[in-house]
Design a protein. Structure first.
Length: 454
């Protein structure tokens, strides 16, 4: 039995019954004329309530989504379960196994120790340096790959200060890694698919995109650091007086470092190598599985250790989230929700309307792929801007950035799911802190673009 399934869980039966009743009511009360969208909406709310209250295990909710979707005739069984083979899940898998290998040989602790020594033994500043490294990496690779690189180092850092449990320091560092990966992913056109979609719609060059995104990153990143410092209250004076890990390289350790660095280089070179090999997408997922293969054939990890390091529950959770996103798009629910918001355009001030669009984009990202939400929302917003005779940039750009700013739900973004998988971020902390960061980010995004284009 793998570690992901060893935790005990108590079903919250009264909560589950109430949420089931809400689900039935939503199916019966006509909200939309489109009955397919109506059923998709009921399923969306039901899944959201289950994830928020954790009445049943999060992974079980994810696994039940395709079952309910099939029974509600929202998708065929093949289509409903297809997202559980989505390449991004295999990128997760590779990240989990790499983290397990580094931990098995204590190399995560050694690298973390080097970072701490650069900060003269201060944990707080070492953590911030790791968050900055995550954000800078996410500018050029996917935010998932950036998080996968840094999470093992973060765990090693926590081990060095004996905080590898649910402590304020652990929460601060791990949530900071996820948020940094998400925020860093807005900087370049190549770092996130929504960026490419938004830039293509607006016909922006790489440099023009950077002119808007770089100042926003420089504004958002320190505000995020300040917020999570205030919220989690980590010990800012914590130091390590004694180096706990001594470097004693062995052939196995050297091979592991080589595989780890090779994986990172291949992830970074994604945009260069994928055209060479004529691989249109998901190159990073192939690299992740290659890393697992190399770890096995070099005997760094045996098959049982590989299976032990994979968080199967998180894979099921995120597979369910991807399925839900696919249903929102295919049922027409997403387009209906966007059209409902557009009705406010003539009734409220432009700033309020812009904030509604930004917040709606963030909420959509919490429950479906940010690529899918961007592909759905951005063309509609461009057409709406032309209809309203306003600069399309004021609607399209903030919504594009907002598609990467889902901070609240474990299924909101891959980095969120990966740090949640460590067990160091309780669900309630991710929800509470994430909601506040969502709200804060929506105000920053709205104000930034409103002042820029009004």
């Amino acid at each position: 039995m793998t570690k992901g399934f060893q935790a005990k869980f108590t079903i919250k039966l009264p909560v589950l019954l109430v949420e089931g009743l809400v689900f039935i009511i939503l199916l019966l009360i006509p909200i939309f004329e489109n009955q397919t969208a109506q059923r998709a909406f009921a399923l969306l709310i039901f899944a959201a309530l289950l994830w928020i209250t954790e009445a049943i295990p999060l992974a079980l909710t994810g696994l039940m989504i395709p079952v309910l979707a099939t029974m509600m005739h929202l998708a065929t069984p093949v289509a409903a379960f297809s997202q559980f083979a989505n390449p991004i899940l295999f990128l997760f898998m590779g990240g989990f196994v790499l983290a397990g290998a580094l931990s098995l040989y204590s190399l995560d602790k050694l690298i973390a120790q080097k970072l701490i020594s650069l900060a003269r033994g201060n944990f707080y500043w070492s953590a911030i340096s790791l968050m900055l490294a995550t954000a800078l990496a996410a500018c050029w690779v996917t935010n998932t790959a950036a998080a996968a690189m840094m999470i093992p180092l973060a765990i090693g850092m926590l081990t060095l200060v004996n905080k590898n449990n649910v402590s304020p320091e652990a929460k601060f560092l791990m949530i900071g890694i996820a948020y940094s990966a998400n925020i860093g992913g807005i900087v370049t056109m190549v770092s996130s698919p929504p960026n490419a979609i938004g830039a293509a719609i607006m016909n922006l060059s790489f440099t023009t995109w950077l002119m808007y995104s770089a100042p926003l990153f420089l504004l958002t990143f320190p505000i995020m650091i300040a917020f999570i410092t205030i919220y989690f209250k980590p010990d800012r004076k914590m130091t390590i007086d004694t180096m706990l890990i001594k470097s004693n390289p062995t052939p196995t350790n050297r091979m592991l470092v080589f595989i780890f660095l090779l994986t990172i280089v291949l992830w970074i070179m994604d945009s260069v190598l994928s055209p060479i090999f004529k691989i249109e997408d998901s190159f990073s997922s192939l690299v992740a599985i290659l890393a697992i293969f190399l770890l096995f054939i070099t005997r760094i990890m045996n098959w049982e250790e590989i299976l032990e390091s994979i968080r199967w529950d998180i894979l099921l959770l995120f597979g369910g989230g991807l399925t839900l996103g696919m249903l929102i798009e295919s049922s027409g629910l997403g387009a209906l929700l966007v059209s409902q918001i557009s009705h406010f355009a003539t009734d409220v001030p432009l700033f309020v309307f812009l904030w509604l669009i930004v917040f709606f984009s963030i909420v959509m990202t919490e429950f479906m792929s940010n690529t899918a939400s961007a592909a759905l929302i951005l063309p509609l917003l461009y057409a709406l801007a032309i209809q309203l005779q306003v600069n399309p940039m004021i609607l399209v750009l903030p919504a594009t950035i907002a598609a990467s700013f889902g901070f609240m739900m474990p299924v909101g973004t891959p980095p969120n799911a990966m740090v949640f998988a460590t067990g160091l971020i309780p669900r309630k902390d991710m929800l509470r802190a994430g909601f506040l960061v969502n709200l804060l980010s929506s105000i920053i995004l709205t104000s930034f673009f409103y002042l820029l284009f009004r």
